[in-house]
Ligand binder design. Structure first.
Ligand code: CA
Length: 225
């Protein structure tokens, strides 16, 4: 049985999440204090952590950083503001995904399953995900047997997003990854490369949207489920 820790100081929210996750077949453990959560999670590890950012005691960011020193446990951070997600992304604290309040518990369950699938499959998933294949040395992307060539910027862009399905990258993070020469470009330049790349992917497979834009934050690679 997969055990999920819910670290959240709003009791109603915590109970609601716990109910939904239990109905989905998970075991849950709830913590309403950050310091206590960090101590107990270090001593008694769980399989997954839903972690609120603002907590009494140690805050979510510090908990995530501390656990990451010794553990790869999947962590989804929960924050009250979209702007905070952007800030957290910039800090690279090592969370696997971010959810903004208010959220639907159903969405949280879906995101938990996605992250679990991703972390379970991250070893064998190196090359191909459901008919999607990236040939880096030839700069070719192949989708269900159809292929097309990519520019070096598009290749780096797709490589970055594809390597961490579901993870949201902001434009600054994409910029440092797609320009090896540390060139600084505008957000609009990034957007325009993403747009071209999406158009190419669209031509290979019009039934899937591989690169999703996350309003106000950036982009992520995700297969429609
Ligand atoms: Ca809180």
């Amino acid at each position: 049985m997969t055990t999920i820790a819910i670290v959240e100081d709003e009791p109603k929210l915590s109970a609601l999440l716990s109910d939904y996750l239990q109905s989905a077949g998970f075991e849950t453990r709830c913590y309403d204090n950050g310091t206590l959560a960090l101590t107990e999670l270090s001593e008694q590890p769980v399989d997954f952590i839903l972690l609120d950012l603002m907590l009494p005691g140690t805050d979510g960011m510090e908990i995530c950083r501390t656990l990451r020193k010794t553990s790869n446990v999947p962590i989804i951070m929960i924050t009250a503001k979209v702007e905070e997600i952007d800030r957290l992304l910039g800090l690279e604290i090592g969370a696997d995904d971010y959810i903004c309040k208010p959220f639907s518990p159903r969405e949280v369950v879906a995101r938990v399953k996605t992250v679990l699938r991703r972390s379970a499959g991250s070893i064998e998933q190196a090359g191909s995900v459901d008919g999607f294949d990236l040939n880096e040395s030839a700069a070719i992307v192949r989708v269900n047997g159809e292929e097309c060539s990519l520019t070096s910027v598009e290749l780096n862009l797709l490589k970055t997003l594809h390597a961490s399905p579901g993870r949201i990258f902001n434009r600054d993070q994409l910029m440092v990854r797609i320009y090896p020469d540390n060139r600084v470009v505008s957000d609009r330049t990034i957007d325009s490369h993403v747009k071209k790349l999406r158009r190419k992917l669209q031509q290979l497979d019009s039934t899937n949207e591989y690169i999703h834009s996350v309003y106000g934050i950036g982009y992520k690679f995700e297969l429609n489920s």
